[in-house]
Design a binder for this molecule. Structure first.
Ligand code: PLP
Length: 392
């Protein structure tokens, strides 16, 4: 018998979709996949070289559970310079990607029956990890007409004496919504006044458009810093999803526990991969690389948005960040009974793949990742449009 803890667990639907698209492609089918949650750029050569150098130098052994010291130091410098938050290296724990960082944070703070506020639509992994820790995800439904932006006033009614934490993911996966600074301040004040931790997932900080400003809640004040777990990774920013290097920064007493959890689970994030991550922070060319990706994604975002908004009977919010767009296809999905049925229909009839909104807690939508060339985006949305027309 399996444990009760894992009885509900589902595979990550986004990864499952990518696997399905790859399988169809390997059978020779011409499928356009809008499913992948990762940049289509390769990891820069200088990052790979630094990792290869580390391997050749024999950096192939266990390393400290909190992360290799130069990387923790470089992260402290990055957080101060780019995010305006002062963390000591001992307050930063290097993890196997942001996903593991989040799991360790939830494990460190959640008890059976605790509640975690989860704005929805949410990234698929949050509710699963919260449940695995014995706690309860409490959904805060964000409205499409508000651009899916979280507001303090939406949170307040959901706070109870079991509320332990709020998950803040701005820019958001799947909506691309960016919470403005003024609203982040209000949310942080509310969390402070109600003793609620903020888990700030900043994985998409590098991808913010239209001159919007990215704000780390921990930068707002010393008090907010005390209640915040700042989670981030190299995965999206430097196109290093397969490297599995992420981190969490938080007050020392929490960081120590998270480091111990790391040591009792994975020991350390892969040693030589951490040297690649270090190069990403140190090499000035990395900035140019990130800028190139950001500009490419902003152009693709414009393209995808402009094409989608002209499809009859759908509505779509223009995303301000990340690399996803989340059109409302409920007019069409209701004809087939569910967005899952619609996604299958689109794959079969249109040879185009997106992730159903229900995976993110919002039935009737489809998440499209625009990490594809402009020509592929054009072709893919044309296919989507033509397949949807079959349902008119
Ligand atoms: N957080 C969000 C919001 C994500 O979208 C993802 C990946 O899709 C992650 C965390 C996981 O990042 P990593 O690959 O570093 O574990």
């Amino acid at each position: 018998m399996l444990s009760r803890r894992v009885s509900h667990i589902k595979p990550a639907p986004t990864l499952a979709l990518s696997a399905k698209v790859n399988q169809l492609k390997s059978q020779g089918l011409d499928v356009i996949g809008f499913g992948a949650g990762e940049p289509d750029f390769d990891t820069p050569e200088f990052i790979k070289e630094a990792c290869i150098k580390a391997l050749k130098e024999g950096k192939t052994k266990y390393s400290p559970s909190g992360g290799i010291p130069p990387l923790r130091q470089a992260l402290a410098e990055k957080l101060l310079k780019e995010n305006n938050v002062e963390y000591k290296p001992s307050e930063i724990v290097v993890t196997a990607g942001a996903k593991m960082a989040l799991y360790l944070v939830f494990s460190a703070i959640l008890d059976e029956g605790d509640e975690v506020l989860l704005p929805s639509p949410y990234w698929v992994t949050y509710p699963e990890q919260i449940l695995l820790c014995g706690a309860k995800p409490v959904e805060i439904k964000l409205k499409e007409e508000n651009g899916f932006i979280l507001r303090a006033e939406d949170i307040e009614p959901y706070i109870t004496n079991r509320t332990k934490a709020l998950v803040l993911n701005s820019p958001s996966n799947p909506t691309g919504a960016v919470v403005p600074e003024e609203e982040i301040k209000k949310i942080a004040e509310l969390c402070l006044s109600k003793n609620v931790f903020i888990i700030s997932d900043e994985c998409y900080e590098a991808f913010v458009y239209d001159g919007e400003k990215f704000v780390s809640p921990a930068s707002l004040s010393k008090e907010v810093r005390e209640i915040t777990f700042t989670v981030n990774a190299f995965s999206k920013t430097y196109s290093m999803t397969g490297w599995r290097v992420g981190y969490v920064a938080c007050p020392e007493r929490f960081a120590k526990v998270i480091e111990d959890l790391n040591s009792q689970t994975i020991s350390n994030a892969t040693t030589f991969a951490q040297y690649g991550a270090l190069e990403a922070l140190k090499n000035p060319d990395a900035k140019t690389f990130v800028q190139t990706m950001r500009s490419a994604f902003e152009k693709r975002r414009d393209l995808a948005y402009n094409l989608l908004k002209d499809i009859p009977n759908i509505s779509v919010v223009k995303p301000k960040g990340a690399f996803y767009i989340f059109p409302n296809l409920s007019y069409y999905s209701s004809k087939l009974g569910s967005d899952l049925a619609l996604a299958e229909f689109l794959l079969e009839k249109g040879k185009v793949a997106g992730v159903p909104g229900s995976a993110f807690g919002r039935e009737g939508y489809l998440r499209l990742s625009y990490c594809l060339s402009e020509d592929t985006i054009k072709e893919g949305i044309e296919r989507l449009k033509n397949a949807l027309a079959l349902l008119e």
